[in-house]
Ligand binder design. Structure first.
Ligand SMILES: Cc1ncc(COP(=O)(O)O)c(C=O)c1O
Length: 481
């Protein structure tokens, strides 16, 4: 098993949380002038400089949250633990560089996330490749660079073995499990994949190999000289914000380790317990404003309960403590981001008031999923009394609801509205409906702000379209003439 990537202490700065007039995070809050600030930057000034709509990421918040997870698991787990940032939640190259400096590994989906991680110089032994339908190109890139490939289909092992033979290389593999999760059969959670209990939700998804399939893969892999079995993998997803549900899931992974050992002789030296970790905000955020509120577990809660259950089950089954890997995504990237839009038309209806913004569900696609809630804050005079109930909407040709029935101070054309905790699954999930352009992203550290994604231009939309030559002139011709 490769050792965990070491943090680059020369590059990883000491972090001192900022005390704002009102804190929304350690590096996001209301500054002395009453405006919303990200670290040492006034958000209103950032919009003046970089335009609207705008994604802003606090580098220090991102690092800080990562360290909370890393330190909690280091504190509670006597074995080795490693945090693999789920790149999908913010796959910009700058963010990968930051995670590299912190010593984080990464979870990659698809050839391009894999390529981006390698391009950022991530130690491949700290990267895993996940996916239910991996393409040849992905497997070839993963084998060539020595990543751990988490198998999620019966024919994947032979495909990897063939790549190994073609490249004259060995491959590291894991197996994504379809845990039984019987102890979660009566636990209802947030329907990320639902509806249904946590067990039903997990059972109903495409992911993971059954016990019998896992045993078959292990037995066959043990016979293959180029293949090295490294880990088992599972991802509960954000179905719940009960730390105990995650701890039970982690325990189940050890139960499966015992089963695999008893049936194959191989004991997984590492378990990767995936992502789905929530984060608590006093103002609430997340699906239906339910799971990332005050009651969300802290990294310490998760670490304490998960490691307790893992250790107890290992003892019970006489198994060595495995290395522990986690793949948090949104819990690390989410709180680091703020998305800002500018108010345009304000419309008073008979029963409702709509405040249009230039930000849309193209940019915050989760706003329309699962009644997702992002806490909106006026950028100027951020703590002004919220005297009106309005719908914050975008300009797209759908209802484009960014926030329904939210309380805000009176807003007029030109005002700025920020949505908090938008650092995860925004830019990577952004769409271009209505040929809308993608915003720029700026990375803030202290009082410095630098562009990490360039604002799209009209040419980016037009440039990828092609017109077959036969249509070029004919659309102007009168078909009857
Ligand atoms: C395999 C795997 N790991 C990690 C994650 C990250 O999940 P989250 O961002 O909820 O922590 C995902 C999300 O889809 C995933 O599929």
């Amino acid at each position: 098993m490769a050792t965990a990537m070491k943090e680059n202490t020369a590059e990883a700065p000491t972090l001192t949380p900022i005390k704002y007039k009102e804190n929304y995070g350690e590096f996001v809050g209301v500054g002395e002038n009453g405006n919303l600030w990200v670290d040492g930057c006034d958000v209103a000034e950032l919009v003046k400089e970089f335009g609207s709509p705008l994604f802003i990421i606090s580098e220090n918040q991102f690092r800080y949250t990562f360290r909370q997870f890393r330190d909690a698991f280091r504190k509670h787990y006597p074995g080795e633990s490693e945090i693999l940032f789920a790149n999908k939640s913010n796959n910009g190259i700058a963010y990968r560089h930051i995670m590299n400096q912190e010593g984080a590994g990464g979870d990659c989906f698809g050839v391009n996330e894999l390529y981006l991680s390698l391009l950022a110089g991530t130690d491949p032994s700290t990267l895993v490749l996940n996916g239910s339908n991996k393409q040849d190109e992905e497997l070839e890139m993963a084998v060539a660079n020595g990543l751990c490939i988490n198998i999620d289909a019966m024919d994947e092992l032979d495909r990897i073995d063939a790549v190994c033979k073609a490249q004259g290389k060995d491959a590291n593999i894991g197996i994504r499990l379809k845990l039984d999760l019987d102890p979660l059969a009566d636990r209802e959670g947030v329907a990320m994949h639902g509806p249904g209990t946590l067990k039903e939700q997990s059972d109903s998804t495409k992911w993971g190999m059954s016990r019998a399939q896992t045993v078959e893969i292990v037995k066959r892999a043990l016979e293959m000289p180029h293949i090295h079995l490294m880990e088992t993998h599972f991802h509960l997803s954000r179905m719940s914000n009960e730390a105990m549900d995650f701890a039970i899931m982690a325990r189940e992974m050890i139960t499966w380790s015992g089963y695999i050992r008893d049936n194959t002789g191989w004991t997984p030296p590492c378990i990767d317990i995936g992502g789905g970790w929530t984060f608590g905000k006093w103002y609430g955020t997340g699906p239906r404003n339910q799971i990332d509120g005050d009651n969300a577990p802290t990294p310490d809660d998760y670490a304490k309960l998960c490691t307790q259950e893992i250790q107890a089950e290992c003892e019970k089954l006489d198994l060595p403590l495995p290395k522990l890997r986690l793949e948090p995504g949104r819990s690390l990237s989410g709180p680091s981001g703020v998305a800002v839009g500018t108010v345009g038309a304000v419309k008073q209806g008979e029963k409702k008031k709509w405040v249009n913004l230039d930000l849309s569900t193209n940019h915050l696609s989760w706003s329309s999923a699962l009644n997702w809630y992002y806490h909106p804050v006026p950028v100027v005079d951020a703590m002004a009394e919220r005297t009106e109930t309005v719908d914050l909407v975008g300009p797209l040709c759908n209802s484009d609801e960014l926030g329904q029935h939210v309380e805000m101070p009176p807003l007029v054309r030109g005002d700025l509205v920020a949505f908090l905790d938008t650092g995860g699954y925004t830019e990577p999930c952004a769409a271009r409906y209505n040929a809308q352009l993608l915003p720029a992203t700026v990375l803030v550290r202290g009082d410095a702000a630098e562009v990490t994604s360039v604002r799209e231009q009209q040419q980016d939309i037009v440039g990828r379209f092609r017109v077959p030559p036969r249509l070029l002139a004919s659309s102007f011709a009168n078909p009857k003439s």
